[in-house]
Design a protein around this ligand. Sequence first.
Ligand code: AMP
Length: 262
Amino acid sequence: VALVVLKTRADLINWRLNIAPKKRVGFVPTMGALHLGHATLLRQARLENDFVVLSIFVNPTQFGVNEDLDRYPRALAEDLRIAESEKVDVVFAPDVSEMYPTGHSTFVEETEFSKGLCGDFRPGHFRGVATVVLKLFNLVRPGRSYFGLKDAQQFLVISKMVLDLNLDIKMIGVPTVREADGLAMSSRNRGLSKEDREKAPEIYRSLLRVTQGSSSIAQEIDVLSKLDFKVQYYERRPFESGHLVAIAAYLGSTRLIDNILG
Ligand code: AMP
């Protein structure tokens, strides 16, 4: 069966209405510029569902005014090739006007897990994420939805929204997929200069030193700063039954995040 690419809410609702009620729908929301991290979510969704829906939408409401919305990478043609090879059933790739028609005035705000970490440095970010994900959930009506644990705080915020708003969706968290040198895969890695790309895996090596106890967070902030990383936060905090060591740092104009769950 060929990949179906839909651009409008009406077409997606129509597709959803025409599949048998008992069929399992797995959903992978993304902002495109797909890589092996996204493909890993798609593969897990493919194994656990009858239909796999992938959304590709660079959501303006989750970007702050001075953030990288305009230079966020876009690669739809290549994304569709990846979607096809991962046996995705439906790609939903709406325009901004389709998701936010003129006059859109409702937003969803999770007020606990969205505090701290990225929430402190990206005001309104998780509000934008929760809003678009709920809008997408309501169109796709998945049984399961797949999120990467690289964005651990996002996973917590969306999971809490699902719980608080009584959504009947199983949240599946997928471990971070890394390059061979340890760098967490990210669409934003495309924006790194050659030199910064070589430096970037130091973030993961640093996280390993902290979680293995051979160095402290304070020492590591120093180490990374000397290598020209601009560290926004580097923190240990509780996560589900264990804990999370999470970092956000700029390298040049590229914001990188990573974490280790233990
Ligand atoms: P994005 O397109 O960056 O918004 O990411 C879409 C989904 O893919 C989110 O659930 C991310 O957490 C997940 N994701 C992104 N990068 C990775 C990665 N390296 N490993 C696992 N999941 C990822």
